[in-house]
Design a protein around this ligand. Structure first.
Ligand SMILES: [Mn+2]
Length: 295
């Protein structure tokens, strides 16, 4: 037991407590609500994470620039964590922050990092398909290079991911134009009915590992079912996954490909019920960290 503990990689917990440019409000408060409980759980298991909060330095920014400044900060921090041999784990208000984690993971381009993106939504809008202007509905589209390409070019180490290196799990709520774009893309889709069949996901990961050396695991907590678990945020859509279904994906993935970093995002405690989603998040952190293997 003790020797197993000693093999654990140190953990770098990064906090990006922003939602749509605003600090500590709505989903922006999520990282600060989860972090103390996650830290305590890890400490109880003999792992003391180092915690680092990220805040933009610029005093005035155009509305969406906060997201890109955070991506740049996250890329730098994730890169430093990898260099020190730490496991970088991001708690973020918004999903698009994962772009920074991917940028920090492969600055030299030597390792090919795939992306497994668990989310109730596809986050595949672009400025041309969104009807609300919500930047965080565009995170996955940014990551594969479909929009905001000049802004993401400024994120150190970032290059768009090939679409077939991306697996979208649990998405069930998207706009018509967004869905059309997604279906025309090469992104591998695992909708909820399929996500509940472990053999489906296992086969997809086994295929993905032919193309990538490791994966970043992104978990928008609204992949969970709002009725049978609880709403993770005000966007949570029905027909989601159970906590056990989500958590069991971690060892299923890890048995086939190293998980080199992870994000938990989009937690709004005001939507949660009985802290169920917060508890699920802490359980996921424990599963990710205590089971993580050096790569
Ligand atoms: Mn999302």
């Amino acid at each position: 037991m003790e020797s197993a503990r000693q093999q654990k990689r140190p953990v770098r917990l990064l906090l990006a407590p922003y939602d749509s440019g605003i600090a500590e409000t709505r989903m922006g408060a999520g990282p600060l609500a989860i972090a103390p409980f996650a830290e305590r759980r890890l400490r109880e298991s003999g792992v003391a994470p180092s915690v680092h909060r990220l805040d933009p330095a610029s005093t005035w920014r155009p509305e969406v620039e906060t997201a890109f400044e955070l991506q740049r900060l996250i890329a730098g921090e994730a890169h430093r964590a990898f260099e020190r041999g730490e496991f970088p784990l991001l708690l973020s208000g918004n999903c698009n922050a994962t772009l920074g984690m991917l940028a920090g993971a492969a600055p030299s381009g030597q390792r090919r990092i795939g992306l497994i993106w668990l989310d109730g939504h596809a986050d595949f809008n672009t400025p041309e398909t969104t009807s609300t202007g919500f930047l965080d509905g565009q995170g996955l589209a940014m990551i594969v290079g479909r929009c905001w390409s000049q802004a993401t070019k400024r994120v150190p180490g970032f290059s768009p991911l090939p679409e077939d290196d991306v697996v979208l799990v649990g998405a069930r709520d998207m706009g018509a134009l967004e869905e059309r774009a997604l279906n025309a893309s090469k992104i591998i889709q695992v909708p909820p009915p399929s996500a509940r069949q472990t053999q489906d996901l296992a086969a997809i990961i086994s295929d993905l590992v032919q193309r990538v050396d490791a994966v970043h695991l992104h978990i928008d907590l609204d992949v969970h079912d709002p009725q049978r678990v609880a709403p993770a945020n005000s966007y949570a859509a029905p027909d989601g996954l159970l906590t056990e279904e989500v958590r069991s994906m971690v060892p299923l993935i890890r048995a086939r490909v190293p998980i080199s970093s992870a994000t938990l995002a989009a937690y709004d405690s005001e939507a949660d019920r009985g802290a169920r989603i917060r508890t699920a998040a802490v359980d996921l952190v424990a599963e990710l960290v205590l089971g993580s293997q050096p790569i």
